[in-house]
Design a protein around this ligand. Structure first.
Ligand SMILES: C=C(CC[C@@H](C)[C@H]1CC[C@H]2C3=CC[C@H]4[C@H](C)[C@@H](O)CC[C@]4(C)[C@H]3CC[C@]12C)C(C)C
Ligand SMILES: C[S@@+](CC[C@H](N)C(=O)[O-])C[C@H]1O[C@@H](n2cnc3c(N)ncnc32)[C@H](O)[C@@H]1O
Length: 405
């Protein structure tokens, strides 16, 4: 169908064409080159995106690592994992540094391909992924009984997706701590852009040695983060120290379940792959996580795998002690989101490999992305076999004052 252009447009076009015809050949080339450069510049601007809510392909960086060092840092990271079954990071004293490196390497890719909340969520019936994710985060505010004016700690806060939800639904002030400076910068930028700067703060620090005074916070939480600690007692002990007596700490833990058999080579292989692709020193059992909290002085209030919603230990008001007594039952397993579209991982890998090859992303990012493609498979295997959960809910209370109502 022919489209009739307005007369003003056609006459302007004819005038321009007339002027162009009058130019010499050299001038025509110059205009052509200028036009080409301008178009490329505009195209690059579109691809690059003008805001930083989500990195575009051309913005994928090595986080706090200089782009010239990404490949070497990734090689050093990979070499830090032992070759023996179940070994994990061989020199545990390097764990905190390696986790910092890991998050420099993956943070942009996570934001690009997943979002601002670096965790899984049980998919709720009749709710989409984003609503389910927000509900998973808002549950924290409810379990901690957070009130406006109170102060809570987000232990291992990533780029702050959960912190913004918890602050927004509770009105409490949230301080996040992360080992990675690039994440601090990203989280602060997002907090400001989303109007949550007054209710939030983000600091760089090691959660096994935190820069906060004892008895500072009215509540604390960790979402899929304390699994990175060289020893769980180190981070739980620090959280215990900075919490006010009578306050709660809730964690969504990455642990092996009762179905995990340490003598099953296939189980151990899956766990090794999960450890490597996620920057974990080793995988703990759900029981080790419970015990770590008790060992540092916490009372265990609730222990519940949200992947299956079976209560392992109680009591909790309204929850029975077996089966899906808490009334929580995900409609779709947490790992289904990881499957994404049939070809999404391959397409994403093609995109990252292309920008890497063209020098538009740091060299080595292709290898990092490959690690993530592989770990997605291992996480799905861990979920399908039921030997692993990324969401074992542990609710602890620091004794010493009247129970919060
Ligand atoms: C709690 C942790 C991180 C949990 C998840 C947020 C991430 C675990 C695996 C990640 C991903 C796997 C596949 C990637 C895909 C190949 C890529 O194209 C886009 C990003 C992924 C989907 C990526 C996103 C984040 C994860 C789901 C750990 C570290 C303790
Ligand atoms: C998978 S991310 C989860 C982030 C956030 N809880 C979320 O759900 O979006 C794990 C986080 O733990 C942090 N972390 C790991 N080890 C840490 C340490 N020793 N000290 C402080 N933060 C640490 C990482 O920097 C990262 O921010």
């Amino acid at each position: 169908m022919a489209v009739a252009l307005p007369a003003a447009v056609t006459s302007a076009y004819e005038r321009l064409a007339g002027e162009f015809d009058k130019l010499s050949t050299t001038q025509k080339y110059a205009v052509g080159i200028a036009g080409g450069v301008t178009s490329l510049y505009l195209l690059a601007k579109v691809l690059k995106g003008s805001d930083r809510d989500k990195p575009t392909t051309l913005q994928l960086s090595g986080g706090s690592i200089d782009s010239s060092k990404v490949k070497d840092e990734f090689t050093a990271y990979a070499d830090s994992y032992g070759k023996n079954a179940g070994e994990g990071i061989t020199d545990r004293s390097k764990t905190v540094h390696l986790v910092d490196v890991f998050y420099s390497l993956v943070t942009d890719i996570y934001e690009w391909g997943w979002g601002q909340s670096f965790h899984f969520s049980p998919k709720l019936p009749n709710k989409d992924l984003k609503a389910s994710e927000a509900a998973h985060e808002a549950r924290i505010a409810a379990l901690l009984r957070l009130q406006p004016g109170q102060k809570a700690l987000d232990c291992g806060c990533g780029v702050g997706g959960p912190m913004r939800t918890v602050a927004a639904v509770s009105g409490a002030h949230i301080t996040g701590i992360t080992i990675n400076q690039y994440q601090v910068d990203r989280a602060k930028t997002h907090n400001a852009r989303q109007g949550l700067a007054p209710l939030t703060d983000v600091v760089r620090g090691d959660f096994t040695n935190m820069p906060f005074k004892e008895n500072t916070f009215d509540g604390a939480y960790a979402i899929e983060a304390t699994c990175h600690a060289p020893k769980l007692e180190q981070v739980y002990g620090e959280i215990y120290r900075v919490l006010k007596p009578g306050s709660y700490f809730v964690s969504y833990e990455w642990v092996s379940t009762q179905k995990f058999d340490v003598n099953n080579a296939e189980h151990v292989k899956i766990m090794d792959e999960i450890n490597f692709g996620n920057g974990l020193p080793e995988m703990r059992t759900w029981k080790e996580a419970e015990d770590a909290g008790k060992n540092v002085g916490f009372e265990l209030v609730m222990s519940l795998d949200l992947a299956t919603a079976s209560v392992v230990a109680g009591p909790w008001e309204g929850a029975s002690s077996t089966g899906s007594g808490a009334g929580l039952s995900p409609s779709t397993a947490w790992y289904e989101r990881l499957r994404m579209g049939k070809y999404t991982h391959a397409i994403n890998h093609g995109i990252v490999s292309t920008v890497d090859a063209l020098g538009l992303a740091p060299k080595g990012l292709k290898e990092v992305h490959h690690m993530l493609v592989e770990v997605a498979k291992s996480l799905i295997q861990g979920g399908e076999s039921g030997i692993f959960t990324p969401m074992h809910l542990l609710l602890f209370r620091k004794p010493g004052a009247d129970k919060k109502k």
